[in-house]
Design a protein around this ligand. Structure first.
Ligand SMILES: *Cc1c(COP(=O)(O)O)cnc(C)c1O
Length: 294
């Protein structure tokens, strides 16, 4: 189940030269999995889909914003498995829908726009029947999502001293923490401003006994989906040097942060870092044309 898109083309690329410090740096290329069920979204969704099918559910309902990688990945996964998909979208229906929403709709997802206030409470409009539906939290957050994310570890090994990832809901990071060996450090870069509740959100998926992880809050570039010319310039120079595309919402902030941290000797000499390229290039299409060279 969920095997016809089982990723075979995931590679680990060496990008040590770009980082120019006393550390070895590699990138786990989850972005190469699938154009739409990209990166960590495939892993986070896998057990939800299996569970929904096992429970004979016909419909999946989930939540997201207008540029959500999770929304488009869920739409694509549902299409693949013959499930109906309903996306509850944060905010009023925009006059011009985002590329993400158009694509999700083209794959058959029903889009329901709700007020930000209602969205915060994840309340479902009355006209949606949920009795035969399987619900997935925003971003795939939850134990089942983390269990799927833990299988990202199958593509690496214990020789890496640090596993570094971008953090939205914390589900991927929780999975990586659960799968990691005790001698490995998992370093998460929060892409939101002052989202301190993440510490608890991750801990509730990992348990207190796991303490080989650090969540860093100073690399958000102004907040969720905010960006600066410095960040987009970095994305171009990273691409020029490595051929690896990044997105300004998640992975660019991760790679930028790791370079800054390495420059400050945050990692001891000889460390072997594995950066998770969690995919999701959706947001980039919201940038002005010409901003990025890829
Ligand atoms: C969704 C997403 C994340 C965040 O994953 P969480 O499990 O919600 O923390 C990170 N990177 C990319 C590219 C994403 O699309």
């Amino acid at each position: 189940m969920f095997t016809d898109v089982v990723p075979e083309n995931i590679s680990i690329d060496d990008v040590t030269d770009f980082f120019q410090n006393d550390v070895q740096v590699s990138v786990l290329r989850l972005d190469k999995i699938h154009a739409l069920i990209s990166g960590n979204k495939w892993f986070k969704l896998r057990y939800y889909i299996i569970e929904a099918l096992a429970q004979n559910k016909k419909t999946i309902i989930t939540f997201g914003g207008a540029w959500s990688n999770h929304i488009i990945a869920t739409a694509a996964a549902c299409k693949l498995y013959g499930l109906n998909a309903i996306g509850i979208i944060r905010g009023e229906e925009p006059a011009t829908p985002s590329a993400t929403l158009l694509q999700a709709k083209a794959m058959g997802m029903q889009l329901v726009f709700i007020k930000r206030e209602d969205y915060r409470h994840q309340s479902i409009p009355d006209n949606i029947t949920i009795s035969d539906a399987y619900m997935i939290h925003e971003g795939g957050y939850g134990v089942t999502g983390a269990k799927g994310a833990a299988t990202i570890y199958d593509y690496m090994d214990e020789s890496f001293t640090h596993i570094c990832c971008a953090v939205g809901t914390g589900t991927m990071m929780a999975g990586l923490i659960n799968a990691s060996a005790a001698h490995q450090q998992v370093v998460g870069i929060s892409v939101m401003k002052n989202n301190f509740s993440l510490q608890q959100a991750i801990q509730s998926l990992t348990g207190k006994e796991k303490n080989n992880w650090h969540l860093l809050h100073d690399h958000h570039f102004g907040g969720y989906a905010k960006h600066t010319p410095e960040l987009t310039g970095f994305m171009n120079s990273f691409y020029r040097s490595t051929g690896i595309p990044t997105d300004f919402v998640y992975t660019a902030k991760l790679f930028y942060a790791v370079k800054a941290l390495a420059g400050k000797n945050y990692f001891s000499a000889g460390s072997r870092l594995l950066l998770i390229h969690s995919g999701g290039l959706q947001g980039n299409s919201s940038l002005a044309k010409g901003t990025l060279m890829f």
